[in-house]
Design a protein around this ligand. Structure first.
Ligand code: DGY
Length: 328
């Protein structure tokens, strides 16, 4: 196709190959440094499509500079980095990469559960520092996982996958969601409860909601104060679902036992106080970062973009109303 696309980050080769097989020009912004907002605006003009990541804010200014674009393919399941209303108003289809990262992200939520409860990171640092002199009956005592209760906030694809993994650990599962999850109720006898009840009854609270204005600071000081003092909170969704300032306070005061975060309110900036806390495990947003998963995400994003460039309906379009308006 006589198409010109911009790929905003270096992504797995399989996806670039797919784009190159279909498009005349594929510019990849490689390297570690992100495109600045000005660079992004400067680069999108004259393109037919953009394959971007959650690190690029695709707002109305960017979309305006990209006039005539046929689609934006986000290499992520979340698309809160894209002003969807602005894209839809301009008739620009936007796609995401659902499903392919469910297992990797659920696995990482479990890695955080174990890491924080059993103090794996603290113990690793201690051992590397040469401080392990003898087995200690009181050394690195943490919380149990097996037999405890797991509260899933947002029982969609990833929340469900996290909950199903609890079968191996004999956990009681609670979930909070707008809709009933029959699979969870059948397979792990999960109980659907209100958020306050979930917070006060769960030993582990794992967050899996989409980021929207309604879920911003869903977990704040009040919610943290409802948790058990022995409870842990895990966030692999979007940082701003938790009020980080309230979290720092709760962890400092020992109001909850610990937390595991893969995402941050003002990513990649860490709120003051977070990095000093030992009862907290911090990861750099690597929920989907397995080789196979990132390859699938990139290829899926490229397939979506190729479909959009061909004028076809993107398989994973998140604003399908653009087709209803434009295609008869
Ligand atoms: C997503 O896809 O939304 C994750 O946060 C990154 O893989």
């Amino acid at each position: 196709m006589n198409c010109n696309v911009l790929v905003t980050r270096e992504i797995p080769k399989e996806a670039i190959d797919l784009l190159r097989a279909n498009c005349e020009t594929v510019e990849v912004h490689g390297g570690e440094s992100l495109l600045t907002r000005e660079e992004l605006i400067g680069k999108v003009g004259g393109r037919d499509g953009i394959l971007c990541c959650l690190t690029e804010r695709i707002d109305s200014d960017v979309l305006e500079a990209a006039e005539g674009i046929k689609g934006v393919a986000n290499m992520a399941v979340g698309y809160d980095n894209i002003d969807l209303t602005a894209a839809t108003n301009r008739g620009i289809p936007v796609s995401n990469t659902p499903g392919v990262l469910t297992d990797a992200t659920a696995d990482l939520a479990w890695a955080l559960i174990f890491a924080v409860a059993r103090r794996v990171v603290e113990a690793d640092k201690f051992t590397r520092a040469g401080k392990f002199k003898a087995w200690g009956p009181m050394m690195f005592l943490g919380g149990d996982v097996t037999g405890r209760s797991l509260g899933i906030v947002g029982a969609g694809r990833i929340g469900t996958a996290v909950a199903l993994r609890s079968r191996g650990f004999g956990m009681a599962v609670l979930y909070y969601d707008r809709v009933q999850n029959v699979l969870l109720e059948r397979d792990v006898a999960a109980r659907r409860v209100g958020l306050d009840e979930l917070l006060s009854e769960s030993d582990f609270v794992s967050l899996h909601v989409n980021f929207t204005p309604e879920t911003r600071h869903l977990i704040g000081e009040r919610e943290l104060s409802l948790m058990k003092p022995t409870g842990y909170i895990i966030n692999t969704s979007r940082g701003a679902v938790i009020d980080e300032e309230a979290l720092v306070g709760a962890l400092r005061r020992g109001r909850i036992a610990g937390a595991g975060l893969d995402v941050y309110e003002d990513e990649p900036r860490l709120r003051r106080g977070l990095a000093e806390l030992d009862n907290l495990v911090l990861l750099p947003h690597i929920g989907s970062a397995s080789i196979a998963t990132r390859t699938k995400m990139a290829v899926m994003a490229a397939e979506n973009l190729v479909a959009m460039l061909k004028g076809e309906r993107a398989p994973n379009c998140v604003n399908p109303e653009v087709y209803d308006e434009n295609i008869t």
